[in-house]
Design a protein around this ligand. Sequence first.
Ligand code: ADP
Length: 414
Amino acid sequence: MNVLVLNAGSSSLKFQVIATDPDRIRQDTDERLCRGAMERIGGEAIVTVETKSGPRQKFTAPIKDINAGLDFLLRWLVSDQSGIPEVRNLSDIQAVGHRVVHGGEVFQESVLIDDKVIAGIEECIDLAPLHNPTNLRGIRAVRDLIGRDTPQVAVFDTAFHTTIPEQAYLYALPYHLYRRHRIRRYGFHGTSHRYVAYRYRMLRGISRDETNVITMHLGNGCSATAIRSGRSVDTSMGMTPLEGLVMGTRSGDLDPAILTLIATKEGMTAHGVESMLLTQSGLLGISGLTNDMRVLQEELKDHDDRRVRLAIEIFSYRARKYIGAMLASMGGAEAIIFTGGIGENAPDIRARICNGLEWAGVQIDDVRNQQTRGKQADIGVEGSKLPVWVIPTDEELLIARDTVRCVLGLPHPA
Ligand code: ADP
C-alpha cells in the first residue's frame, strides 16, 4: 500500500510517500518512495523533494494555500519529473495519513477519518487554535483532490499521552476550570516518543510491558516523556507545547506570575506576551542570536560568547532536571533515549545533560557518544546501571504504519 503522509502547517506542507503493508511492517522493510516539504505557502513557495533514487531537488512555485500545495504535489508525484515508478496515477496512492496536533481527550489512538472524526477534530480547535484548523484543511484538500473514496487516517500528537494518570495531568487550579474548559496536561510529540520506545524494545527484544524508559525529544520543540510498561505516564509539555524544557524559541517552564509582570512593565497584551514566550524565547531569547543549536555550538567554540554559553547551559540543565523528575515520577527507568535534531546529532549537548546524572547510574562513553550522529547506538559505558541510547525518530513511518493498520482494521501494537 502506498501511503501519502501529510503534515500540514500554517504555511508549510511536509509530505512523504511510504510503501508499507502488514508484511513489510513485520519485516521492517517499509520503503520511502519520496520525502519533501513546501515552505512559505501563501507566496512563492520553496519546494524540496527527494526520491529514493534521484538527487535532491529544490525549486520555487507560486502556491497560494494548502489546496494549491496539495494539487501541485499530486501533479508532481504522478509526473515523469518525479521519477517515482510506483506512483503513475492518483489511484496508486491507496491511503493518506495525517499528523493531527490535538486530539484532546477524545482520540486515544489513530483513527480512520469520517465526518464524525472531522467533527471531533473541530471540537479540539479551542485546544490548538493554530494547528487543528490547518490539519483539517489538509484533510479536506485530500477529499477534494483525490476523492472521498481514498481512506484517510488521523494520527494525533496527543494520543500516546492519554494514558497519563490524573495526578500527572491535572494542574493545581480550581477544578471547575478543568470541567469547563478541559484545562489539563495533554502532552505532544506523542508519535515521536512512541516510535523511539517501540524501536528500543525491538532492538532489545523485550515486550511493550517490559519497556521502562525516559525519551528525550530534543529538536526545535523539546519534550521529555516517562514511559512505564510501554505507556506514557508523564510528559513535560502541557496544555500546549509551551511548557517544560527550554526549546529553540519557546521558554518552557516559568513562574506564571511573570506573564502579568511582563504585560504591565512592557505595555503588552496577554496575547503579545504569549507570542513572545513562543517565538522570541528559549535558545533564541537567551543568546540573542539564533534558535539553531548548531550555530550556537559553533559560536561557542569560536568566540566563547557569554550569552551563547548561558543558552546552552540553561538548555542542558533543564533537560537534566527533567530526567531527574521523570525518574522519580516513574519509579526509575531502564534507559534514557535521545532523539530529535539535537538529541540525535549533538554529542556535546548529550554529554552536558548526562554529566551530573552519575548518581542515577548514567555514564556516557565519550568515544561512542562522539561517534553517534544521526544513527542508533547505545552510548553508555558498558555495564552502566542506566544505559543511554540515541534512536533517530521517524514520525512519518509510524503515521504510515498506523494508516495501514486503521485502513485494514488491524490492532495497534506499538
Ligand atoms: P523540528 O523540531 O523542527 O522537527 P529538528 O528535530 O530537525 O526540528 O531539530 C532542529 C534542531 O536540531 C536545531 O536546533 C538544529 O540546530 C539541531 N541540529 C541539527 N543537526 C545538528 C548538529 N549536527 N549539531 C547540533 N545541532 C543540530
